[in-house]
Design a protein around this ligand. Structure first.
Ligand code: PEP
Ligand code: MG
Length: 837
């Protein structure tokens, strides 16, 4: 087989050696259209290697340029052809080759107006993109040909270049160089392009869209870009070339059912051919394509086809449709949807009937609605996320260093910027609701306030943003659950069939549990019970328990909490309908439940009927220098065992109750913050006796599983011993990361940006699992536990479990399941399937 040199310029024919890697996606796509015998004008591919030479000033030989122009005075256009269409590229330049002589000839065949328009359009784009003259001077749509030629001459002191070969050489050079410009580079790198991404170029003979008869250009596609529903959409613009600009001689609908004239009426054979070609292209290219076409006096040319731009919702529907019809395999369908994009489908909407306290409007840059507290900096958003609070990042505009703050936020609002601003692009990528260009608000990040008319909002104030309508609201708003359609369900069913690892949800409340079920979680992998005690109805009993001097008093207070806990668990068991529910015993330091200011302490003294000094002393006694490393988790369970006793009893009684209603429940009890085997042994014995007591009292048989959260390095290292007393282990990678690095998860945001900027860390380890360090502990822990107790269940329930990048690690570690926040469950289901395929 003979190999052509990598920089050889070749006409695209059915058999030409065209590849995506060498010539870009557009060249390959055109070749496929040509192989289907579609009427594609002569097209020549300039491979990336040649484009690199052109950018460096080494033009192809004149003979090659002459070949590109194709002779016969025809006009040509140049289009970019990067490896991935998402990477963009310099704008298409049309009508290259036009000069005084060809203009005269065209005026005779097409008429003066059409010839003038073609020439004027080329001069304008050449002036702006090639000669880099002031765009304002060349953007006036009412300027005549003479005006633009004069402007060109006066700006450059020379007449407009007449030789087609020179015009082409200059266009090629400017496009090749534009690709290397910093803006183009940044934009494509944001879409995942490598730093040295190649660019091919296509030189194509022009099919003229101006002239007599049914003449013009248009696009057609066979699905709706927003919903993905089948249906012909597009436009035909008579006497207009390209997607924009030119002479608009009247826009036509494509199909007859639309109001007004249609291409289907004006040129039925052309329309029928377009539909036929479109259907064939969908099958052959295995993708929904938007076809760009030109009609010249009733004669159809297909000049380009691009993947239909689509919303996340449409992406899912299209992939499922192609997969169901067998045009692509199910595995391919799964690979066509970005796991993160699913998040967009899961978002809440503001209930259209709910009252809205409208503050300002901006551009709806990324769909979904979110309520959170205002954070004026990325660091503030990260700090809020670390506290478990929802934050809306509010910035004048965002910069690349804000990305981590965006990750930590539930939504983004900017005062400036447009639909393709940094904030908009990144938020869409993350599936975060986002409003940009809300110019009615004035943000003063230094003073930490946002003004909107008369109203002033401070950091921490609650707002709601609706990224679907662009509205900024004060406070919270009534939300509607996301709509999950059949395609979504189908795609995730395919994902479930393709993946082996289980996905559960971290859910503490009935709402969380319902969302988790709706999103297909196979159980609850972490129910953080402490959240249940912050409830206003329970806090007094909780405080009474903390202040109790004698175990009997403590038990009395806990007796008040028992029925509430039992009801909590019964509800969760019912919602989870037989799926496993892992309940973590009480974890936080007790002082979190006590008031921190004098006024709060006075109120507490009053309600407990104690002298204020007693309360103050007790609060002080519970204060720790390092509470996250202090009396919390199992340490509390061993020192104040009545709390765990009460929780175990509530769990068992709820299991009996829910079991009577029909749901066979096997509760899983999980002990937090373990570092030594003996801790587990002690707790296990107490729980066993509670279970025995409940069995006897209720005359009920039930089973349960006892497990351990591995969130200290020592627990990971001693996982073998711990496994003796545990039927499952779940890595809590939030605390494990904190303790492995010795880095406070609540304070890390202060210096995380600077650490990442200086490449101390590649990524925030609280966001993306540190596979080298924390990951090694996970590997060691899993191996040691399995060695001692084959068949032990090993899982992960830290934030990392819902992060697509970290899930491939979980697969390698051979975990049995991951447990993440309910909204990340579909993302994890798809990401795990993709990792398995
Ligand atoms: C963890 O530490 O990873 C965990 C899941 O528990 P929490 O976030 O509640 O500390
Ligand atoms: Mg933890």
């Amino acid at each position: 087989m003979s190999h052509s040199p990598p920089d050889e310029i070749a006409e695209i024919t059915p058999s030409a050696p065209i590849s995506v890697a060498a010539h870009g996606w557009r060249a390959k796509c055109l070749q496929r259209l040509i192989r289907m015998a579609l009427p594609v004008p002569r097209s020549v591919a300039i491979p990336a290697a040649a484009v690199r030479l052109i950018a460096a000033g080494r033009m192809p030989p004149d003979a090659d340029l002459a070949r590109l122009i194709g002779g016969a005075g025809g006009l040509i256009g140049v289009r970019p052809s990067p490896v991935d269409p998402e990477w963009g590229g310099p704008g298409t330049v049309l009508n290259i080759g036009i000069n005084e002589a060809s203009h005269r000839k065209l005026a005779m065949t097409l008429g003066t107006d059409a010839a003038d328009a073609l020439y004027r359009r080329f001069v304008q784009s050449y002036a702006i993109h090639v000669a880099r003259l002031d765009p304002d001077m060349f953007s006036d749509p009412s300027a005549s040909l003479a005006d633009v030629l004069d402007a060109y001459r006066s700006e450059t002191d020379e007449p407009f270049p007449q030789e087609p070969a020179r015009q082409l050489a200059e266009v090629l050079r400017s496009m090749a160089r534009a690709w290397d410009g910093p803006t183009a580079r940044l934009l494509r790198q944001a879409k995942g392009a490598p730093a040295d991404a190649p660019l091919g170029l296509i030189v194509q003979n022009m099919a003229l869209a101006l002239g007599p008869g049914v003449t013009g250009s248009g696009t057609i596609q066979f699905v709706d870009a927003v919903t993905g529903a089948p249906g012909i959409t597009g436009r035909f613009r008579g006497q207009t070339q390209g997607r924009t600009g030119g002479r608009d001689g009247g826009s036509m609908y494509l199909t007859r059912d639309a109001r007004g004239t249609s291409l289907e009426d004006a040129a039925p054979e052309v329309f029928a051919d377009l539909v036929r070609f479109g259907i064939a292209a969908r099958e052959r290219l295995r993708e929904e394509m938007q076809i760009e076409f030109v009609v010249t006096d009733g004669c159809l040319s297909i000049i380009d086809a691009v993947r239909v731009q689509r919303s996340a919702r449409a992406a899912v529907r299209i992939a499922v449709a192609l997969g169901s019809e067998g045009i692509i395999s199910r595995a391919q369908a799964l690979m066509r949807v970005q796991p993160r994009a699913l998040a967009e489908l899961l978002h809440h909407q503001i209930d259209p009937h709910a009252p809205r306290d409208l503050v300002a409007r901006g551009m709806a840059a990324s769909p979904g609605a979110a309520t959170g507290r205002i954070a004026f900096s990325a660091a503030a958003a990260q700090a809020a996320a670390a506290r478990g609070e929802a934050a809306v990042l509010v910035r004048r505009e965002t910069l690349p260093e804000d990305i981590r703050g965006m990750h930590a936020s539930v939504g983004v609002l900017t005062e400036r910027g447009g639909m393709s601003s940094h904030a908009a692009v990144i938020a869409r990528g993350l599936g975060l609701p986002c409003i940009v260009g809300a110019s009615a608000v004035q943000i003063d990040a230094r003073a930490r306030i946002m003004r909107a008319g008369e109203r002033v909002f401070a950091e921490g104030d609650e707002i709601t943003i609706d990224g679907t309508s662009g509205e900024v609201l004060a406070g919270s708003a009534e939300m509607l659950e996301p709509a999950l359609d059949d395609s979504f369900t189908q795609l995730l069913e395919w994902a479930d069939a393709a993946r082996a690892m289980g996905v559960r949800a971290n859910a503490d409340t009935p709402e969380d549990a319902r969302t988790a079920r709706m999103f297909g979680a196979q159980g609850i992998g972490l129910c953080r019970t402490e959240h249940m005690f912050f409830d206003a109805a329970r806090l007094p009993a909780m405080r009474e328990m903390i202040f109790a001097r004698r175990p009997e008093d403590r038990r009395l207070a806990l007796d008040r909490l028992l029925p509430m806990q039992r009801a909590d668990f019964t509800t969760l068991f019912r919602i989870m309908d037989g799926y496993p529910v892992t309940i973590r015993l009480f974890d936080p330091p007790l002082h979190e439940f006590l008031p921190h200011d004098r006024e709060g302490m006075r109120e507490l003294a009053e309600s407990l009927d104690l002298p204020l000094s007693d309360v103050v002393r007790r609060v002080e006694a519970l204060t720790e220098y390092n509470p996250m490393l202090g009396m919390r988790g199992v340490r509390l369970g061993i020192t104040v065992p009545e709390i765990y006793d009460m929780q175990a009893r509530a769990i068992f009684e709820a299991a009996v109750e829910a079991g009577r209603q029909g749901e066979g429940v096997v509760p899983e009890i999980m002990i937090p913050l373990v570092s030594a085997m003996r801790e587990v042994e002690l707790v296990r014995h107490r729980i066993e006796s509670v279970a025995a007591a409940v069995r006897a009292e209720r005359r009920a048989g039930f089973t349960y599983r006892l497990g351990v959260m591995v969130e200290t390095p020592r627990a990971a290292l001693r996982a073998g011993d711990i496994a003796e007393h545990a039927s499952f282990l779940s890595f809590g990678t939030n605390d494990l990361t904190q303790m492995t690095y010795g880095l406070s998860r609540d304070d890390a945001a202060r210096f995380m940006n600077s650490y990442i900027a200086q490449r101390v860390f590649d990524e925030d380890p609280f966001h993306i699992l540190d596979q080298d360090g924390v990951g090694e502990l996970v590997m060691i822990g899993a191996a040691r536990a399995r060695e001692r107790r084959p068949g032990i269940t090993v899982a992960m329930c830290g934030e990392h479990a819902g992060n697509a990048e970290s899930l491939s690690f979980c697969l390698r570690a051979g975990l049995d399941y991951v447990s993440c926040s309910p909204f990340r469950v579909p993302v994890a289901r798809l990401a795990l399937a993709q990792e398995t395929i």
